[in-house]
Design a protein around this ligand. Structure first.
Ligand code: AP5
Length: 210
């Protein structure tokens, strides 16, 4: 199964991609995660991407298209994959079309007020990357990961001003993909405002053969 999860920042693409990865044993490919790990290792790619991400802007198409081309060639993608955060622009969608066919494109939707709440409250374990939310899924001990005891940190781009910029970029550059995939791929929508388990159940009905 080759699946794209589309949707605004904070709608729950990463959360659902993690669940789908476990369920179907196919890799979740998040361009955001790949870029953050390049930044952490201070690679030249990371250095190129850092300022864009911190400013809430999209990283240039040629950079992310190159990342995806390499990643999709790896053997673990043979049985399929879940794309989380790619494509995000029309040129990225066109480039992906040339790389591989896609089975499902699912749009997770949710209002802006909720997105801001989710992003501002998100915390991630600096050791095992488990995700929390300070209100919805808080850890037992403040700022400490329940699983591994690592410190919980807030992403640099999860501050209010940068969130506003990311949402503008989404409207400007990513939203046009909704009509693109309506025409190309019979885009399906899921209410991302629902509880995590309910969104997941809904996704399963959409990707399972009837
Ligand atoms: P990226 O890391 O992809 O960030 P994003 O798309 O902005 O999405 P997020 O990871 O913020 O949110 P999400 O939808 O995954 O939600 P999550 O599950 O975490 O990209 C970061 C940056 O990298 C970009 O700004 C750009 O600069 C660059 N980049 C990446 N890809 C690029 C590309 N293709 N082209 C160019 N640049 C690119 O959930 C959020 C919070 O809500 C969590 O706390 C979670 O616990 C909570 N939550 C989730 N679901 C629910 C629910 N149903 N109910 C209640 N809480 C929930």
């Amino acid at each position: 199964m080759k699946l794209i999860l589309l949707g605004p920042p904070g709608v729950g693409k990463g959360t659902q991609a993690n669940l789908l990865e476990k369920k179907f044993q196919i890799p979740k490919i998040s361009t955001g995660d790949i870029l953050r790990s390049e930044i952490q290792s201070q690679s030249s790619l990371g250095q190129k991407a850092q300022q864009f991400i911190n400013d809430g802007k999209l990283v240039p198409d040629e950079v992310v298209i190159g990342i995806i081309k390499n990643r999709l060639q790896k053997s673990d993608c043979r049985q399929g994959f879940i794309l989380d955060g790619f494509p995000r622009t029309l040129p990225q969608a066109e480039a992906l079309k040339k790389i591989t066919p896609i089975d499902h494109v699912i749009y997770l939707k949710c209002g802006e007020e909720e997105l801001i709440k989710r992003l501002e409250g998100r915390r991630t374990c600096s050791r095992c990357a488990k995700m929390y939310h300070i209100i919805f899924t808080s850890p037992k001990k403040e700022s400490v990961c329940d699983e591994c005891g690592g410190d919980l940190v807030q992403r640099k781009d999860d501050h209010r001003q940068t969130i506003a910029k990311r949402l503008q970029e989404y409207d400007r550059l990513t939203k046009p993909l909704l009509s693109y995939y309506k025409t190309e791929k019979n885009l399906k929508s899921v209410d991302g405002l629902a509880a995590v388990e309910d969104v997941f159940k809904r996704l399963l009905t959409m990707v399972s053969p009837s």
